[in-house]
Design a protein around this ligand. Sequence first.
Ligand SMILES: [Cu+2]
Length: 247
Amino acid sequence: MRAGFPLLIAALAAGCRPEAVRSPESRHALAGRIIFIGAAPRDTTLLIPEAGEVEAHTLIVDRKTRGVKNAAAWIEGLEASAPRLPSASSPALAPVMDQINYTFVPHVLAVREGEEVRFLSSDAANHNIHAHALEPENQFNIMISSAREHRHRFNRPRRLPAILIGCDLHAWMRAWIYVFNHPWFAITGPDGGFEISGLPPGNYRLGVHHADAGLRREVEVTIPCLDPDGVTIQFTDKDLAEGPAEQ
Ligand SMILES: [Cu+2]
C-alpha cells in the first residue's frame, strides 16, 4: 500500500481507474475525449468568394458527442526517456501541411522537434506561408505555389504550445503546428477523441490545448488506465474567456 493512495487520487482526478501495477517495461495506451458543454460559436463556416464555404477557425463542437476536434493532448514528465527521432526518415513519411481550396490541411498538425515538415500547395493560386513564432528558428515567411514545396524542421516552442501558420494573401487561412520533444501526443478527431500509445506505467500530467479557442487544461493521469473510455476533459463556455492563443 506504499504508493496506493496517491495513485488512486491521481487516477480519480482524471476519471480513470488505476489498474494493478504492471512491469516497468510494459507499454500502454491512454484514450481520452475532450468535450465542451455550453454555448459554442454557431458560425462554423465562412463564405469566401474564391473558395466557397470553408471551415471557420473556431471552436467546433460535435452536436452528438459534444466532442471538440482539433485540440492537442500530450503527456508531460517523460521527456527524458523519449526515444530518439529516427535520423533518416523517408520524405514520403514526413508530416505534410497542404493548401487545398484556400485552406491549410490539416488545420492542426503535431510533430516532433527536429522532424522535417513538408509544406505543399495543391491550389492553382499562389499562397504565402508565414510561421509566426517567438523563436527565430521557428519563423519563416515564403511564397509557395503548386510548383514547389517548402521544408522546415521546428524546435519546441519555449513559451506557447503551438506555432501559428498563416497566409498573408488570404487572411482567413491559418493553421497551428504543435512541436513536442517526445512522441506522446495526439490531435483530437471530430468526436473529441484521442489516443496516446506507448506509455510506460506511472503518474503523469496530461496537457490539453485548443489553440483557436484558447482552451487549456492540465490533469494528472495514472498509466495504465483501466477505464476503456479513458479520461474525459470537459470545458464550458466560462473557459472561453481567455480567447484565442494569438502570438
Ligand atoms: Cu493563401
